[in-house]
Design a protein. Structure first.
Length: 385
């Protein structure tokens, strides 16, 4: 089995497990006899460990081997999902989601770092785009499948389905990919040393700063999608889900265009055009006249977003060859922290200005980001195809 397929399955399982709860909050609240606010904590119970544990798993992968760590994390993710299906009540489900999130967070960064270890820089855009496709499909299928299964069979079968996906990914990692490095000593001091090695690269802080701002201005504005629909008179939650789904579909289409984009634009051109594209499209969405137009704008912005984000991923895998897992973990943490901070700030701004002006401001921010972001890739990258 090609190793990229195995890594893609691992990314798919992680994303699937993250999104499985989103469509069934009302069903969970009714069945567990808790409020919607209480059951909404299940999302944070997954994402907070997901984000923080990445900082721990990066150095561990560098020390004990990334494939070993992917296998372990997939096994523990499967355990967490099985426990989620069996728990008697909300407190136990909350704990099970924390367990699942902690180990799901140790999959994606380690997968990206493994691609960096095994694929040349010239071929890395295409390889990472295939992993990205699996990630986006995991998000889409996780949301869609969870909603359908929960509606007709209940919420416990949703977790059993997620367990099955994680188990298949684990078995694939056991038989379809081998570890290529020997174990090294693991210690707190060694972990700090690896992070120090990464940060000695002057490009590191720039990459992490750009991805944090990118996360704040794009995913940070997503909670305002429903208020935006209301302000436009286009609907509410259902329509917001439609436009956000279109964003993900645009990202999926991007993965098929990568070879052409790299050949025509180069990495610098992709990152600049992607940031500017998101900026323009978010600004247009702020004044979208009808639902089909807004859906199309979000789909195009998803395509443009992954132009910048995929290039940033590529750069993150190149920051330190000897501490690649640590470098990608810092990258992922910066991205998630940016999302969290951005969501808080933009929500406060929307309370004063409204959702549409905040979308326009986020778009302006992405336009401003385009110029400095385009300076990050090496100039020689344009020739790589």
């Amino acid at each position: 089995m090609p190793f990229l397929l195995v890594l893609g399955l691992a990314a798919f399982a992680s994303a699937f497990s993250m999104r499985a709860v989103d469509p069934m909050l009302n069903i969970l609240a009714a069945d567990l006899n808790v409020t919607l606010q209480e059951v909404a904590l299940l999302a944070s119970a997954f994402t907070l460990p997901y984000a923080t544990m990445q900082l721990l798993f990066g150095p561990i992968g560098d020390a004990v081997g990334k494939v070993r760590l992917i296998r372990f994390n997939l096994a523990m993710l499967a355990v967490g999902l099985a426990v989620s299906a069996l728990v008697p009540g909300h407190p136990e489900l909350l704990a099970a989601r924390m367990l699942s999130g902690a180990f799901a967070g140790g999959v994606i960064p380690v997968v990206l770092a493994t691609v960096g270890d095994r694929v040349s820089f010239e071929m890395r855009p295409l390889a990472l785009s295939r992993v990205l496709l699996a990630l986006v499909l995991g998000q889409l299928v996780g949301s869609a499948a969870a909603g359908f299964i929960a509606e007709y069979a209940g919420w416990r079968p949703v977790f059993w389905c997620a367990f099955g996906v994680a188990a298949v990914a684990f078995l694939s990692a056991m038989v379809g990919i081998t570890e290529e490095r020997q174990r090294q000593p693991l210690s707190f001091g060694a972990a700090l040393a690896r992070y120090g090695t990464v940060l000695k690269n002057p490009l590191s802080i720039k990459v992490y700063a750009v991805v944090a701002v990118e996360g704040a201005l794009t995913f940070g504005v997503f909670p305002l999608a429903a208020p935006l629909m209301v302000e436009h008179g286009l609907g509410d939650a259902v329509e917001a889900g439609l436009v956000l789904g279109a964003f993900a579909i645009g990202g999926a289409f991007y993965t098929f265009a990568v070879p052409v984009l790299v050949r025509r634009l180069g990495l610098a051109g992709m990152i600049g055009a992607g940031a500017a594209g998101v900026g323009i499209l978010f600004g247009a969405a702020a004044v979208g006249p009808n639902l089909p137009v807004v859906v199309a704008l979000f789909a195009a912005s998803g395509f443009a977003f992954y132009m910048i984000h995929n290039v940033l991923q590529i750069l993150a895998t190149e920051l330190s060859a000897e501490a690649r897992g640590s470098a990608v973990s810092l990258f992922a943490s910066a991205f998630f922290v940016g999302q969290a901070v951005g969501a808080v700030i933009l929500a406060q701004a929307a309370g004063v200005l409204g959702a549409a002006p905040v979308f326009a401001l986020a778009g302006l921010g992405m336009l401003i980001l385009a110029a400095p972001a385009s300076l990050l890739p090496p100039r020689k990258a344009k020739a790589a195809a």
